[in-house]
Design a protein. Sequence first.
Lengths: 398, 703
Amino acid sequence: MTREVVLVDAVRTPFGKAGSLYSETRADDLVVRAMRGLLDRNPTLDPSSIDDVAIAAATQIGDQGLTIGRTAALLAGLPRTVPGYAIDRMCAGAMTAVTTTGSAIGFGAYEAVIAGGVEHMGRHPMGEGVDPNPRFLAEKIVDTEALIMGATAENLHDRFPHLTRARSDAYAANSQAKTAAAYERGIIQRDLIPVAVRSTDLGWAMATVDEPPRPGTTVEVLAALRAPFRANGRVTAGNAAGLNDGATAALLTSADFAKANGLTAKARLVTFAFAGVEPEIMGYGPVPSTIKALAKAELSIKDIGLIEINEAFAIQVLAFLDHFGIEDLDPMVNPYGGAIAVGHPLASTGVRLMLNLAQGFSEHPDVRYGITTMCIGLGMGGTVVWENPNWTGTVGTR
Amino acid sequence: MSTSVEKANPTEVVTKCLRRDIDLSLFGYEGKLALLTLDNGLDYNRPNTFGLQSLNLLSNVLDEVGNDASVDAVAITGKPYILAAGADLSGISLVRNREQAIGVSKLGHDVFRKLGELGKPTFGFINGLALGGGLEVALHCDFRTIATSATVALPEVFLGLIPGWGGAYLLPRLIGPEAAVQVIITNALNSNKMLSGADALNLGVADAAFSPADFLENSALFAAQILSGKKTINREDHTSNPAVWDRAIAAGTAAASKKYGGTKIASPTRALELIAGARTSTRDEGFSAEDQALADLVMTDELRASLYAFNLIQKKSKKVEGSPKPSLARKVTSVGVVGAGLMASQLALLFVRRLKVPVVMTDIDQLRVDTGVAYVRAEIVKLVDKGRITQDLANRLTDLVSGSIDPQVFADCDFVIEAVFEEMGVKQKLFTQLETIISPECVLATNTSSLLVEDMSKHLSHPERVVGFHFFNPVALMPLLEVARTQFTNDESVATAVAVGKELKKTMIIVKDAPGFVVNRLLSIFWGEITDAADEGTPFDIADNALAPLGLPMTPFALFGLVGPGVALHVSQILHKTLGDRFSVSPNMKSIVDAGIKTFYLRDDSGKIIPNPAAFSLIKQGDKASSAEQVRERALVALAKEARLMLDEGVVSTPDEIDLCMMLGAGWPLRLGGILPYLDSSGISEKATGQRFHSKGIASLPA
């Protein structure tokens, strides 16, 4: 890259269960709230110096449509001179918002951007309004099951028979435990922007914590859950992320801009890559995207001290860890838990991974490099490589 | 909760008080805030109100949170856009005696004051509209935040009440007597002016103001900062300096006196007494004084008339009585204005500004046309200068206005209104000529103030498209529009006229075609009696001020000067001719008009109003002087008789419409209920016509 690009800050709303916490809250209001919270936290940033606002949503309909990056900018009270646009790469929307705008900074076109995502799966269920081309099936371009994410996760279990349901459940229980511990230590709360939520029947309340986590979840409880996607299946509601509502927002700038404006970097963008895989095993995506990204960064997996990987399904994380020879319960992988506990409001999650990684970087100055990675519908993976600005060491790894 | 009001209002729209507790730890305070939401379950068009049931529900929740040891503080807010619009006024009509009135007032105090005496910090989160009791509920709290988009006011004095649920006592002690007089008296009397969130913050009504985008979040943060001691609010003690209070009361008294032409009106007087007393009273004394004042006012015909009038205006501004189906209205994409004089130019300005369609004006010569178009364009520039419209909109509007001496320009118009000289022959000729130019569907409207519309249209090939469309001066400000239909006028034309009137943002009544419609007919009969009395020998100032106790916006002769003596005389002559001798034509008026004198009163160098010697030198009076009381009675009797006649003739179908017209077309006060409730309660109606206009209890105390 021609210039250094840094993640200055990232925040999110508490995540809700679809049809519950945010059932009367609009998606655009959620992302506006995240953006305003981000600006409140960075008072030295002159909002008029923001070059662009890229907001992702997987279902760009209604309150997630109308070029949400622009509508959110206007609703958030940003100067009208600040433009905005909408991004879609399904689950990796916010990640793509960061890589795309980050690239523009690296290229030298931009100095400061807001990148984020929102998904209100209660208002916009997965697959709302989709119209798959009949050729997909007629010409067997993809299998029908490729459009059902749970089925692709089952397919991944088929591909790697040694990654059993028991290992998935153990991973899931550990994710819940790590999230509970992180809440206990007040780590997660640091990046939550409270949201006033209204219920017609109950009145106003305040969303201040994630709704999905189930602290105290045991493997015994998980083992008893039904697998809805197929007979004798291994994927359950307990070892997968749920249907969630939430929004995220990140502030990225050039390193020079951050310095000049009294902003500090939480992470430096090293490089990134996206890669495609067979849509039927979409959860395998992070493997090739990480291989690709590490090659560009001229790093090996051994140089990576912290991994934030999305937990769309436990099996998809296990497949990744298995490939790279990392233990299932390695403490440097999702140290604060992941989507199985806090939820996965599709297009918003990419930035949640980054804010978790930034927390990890600040807690682990011994770590130089980390990655955020996630699988993406229709068979893709995305990986972003970050460098820890707090790194105190002199050599490359932990 | 004990109360002397046994019977709840069966039609009360109950505002619930919903409670949810908020963990403030994310806001930096380890504790719990009970957040109460006032919500009547309806959308923002129907604001929350406090009736008896609503107050009792709030009371229960306040007791509950007060006794809940897990709650550290309490905040009260409202459903989206609304905190509350105050007391449930519909309940007041059910109050039959003073004891009940005291009960209603006391109940409000008993409930609201819990917020100030809960033993834990309380916060009013003013998220939107907060009027009267809606603001008072927040004033009882220890702290207040306000959304910058909020609108707040204490409009009680505007309605003939006083802020009687703590407002008159708490506000002056909170923000000082001068600011309190501004809110309670001056603003209320100034067409019920309201405060924005920023105004409320500046006056000290609120302690912090936040954007509506995250108002509750920032309010919760504010509460956490207060609770943790990170933020403190220093309150000034306003009670120590009596001179400031005297000055404030004097200013309020002067404002009220000016508004009512020197007549002492009960509600501002009582409100000022309460404000004055607040300096030294205890809470109990202050609240009890409010109870007494409120009960006194509630038990007057005047207040009941005022509430009737207020509701009437609200109701009729939304729905046009007797209007044909809106779907019958034809689209108006181009408007013609015949005439380019001052009235026509004002009409052109209003039409172009509100309809944003091409408006073309014509007149008999190019100079007049150019003057008229130039007037409209200059007014558009003024609107930009005042910041009322953008330059872009001004460019658009300027482009839409044009003029011509050739009436062929009306060929494409869907709506043509004439504002030419008030002379039947002129108008008949004009309409006949226009028919050869315009399409058969084009609505032909006349702004006539006294002529029969039917006489202008009966000779036409398409008399069904002719409507009366009568505005009041100044056209942009006066809210009333009289829409008159003749026996020929069809529903499509009336619907189109009403649709246009709605876009012009006017409150309309549909009247049967009759000379002078409603407002000018009543004003003329009433003027006639005043001028008759003066002509007979009553001193002019006695005749002119005879109606002072009514608190009308201006005296008859002052109004005469405003309308223009020529116009007023002309109207009286037409009505005399068409409606009969009871509409008199004053010989003195005629001699003044003939002499070209424009006004009875002048302003001297100091701005004081003095008689115009040129006018008074021409006056010849008889030797039969009447007292002010006699003049008043004959004027009111004439009004009552004429109003009854108009109802009998079906000019309008209800007395309500007459009241509405007098309030919105002539600016007569709410306190009189327009006029008919006053004629009823003063006994004039029965004396003059043998019956009341409104049954007892409608716009007066119940029987």
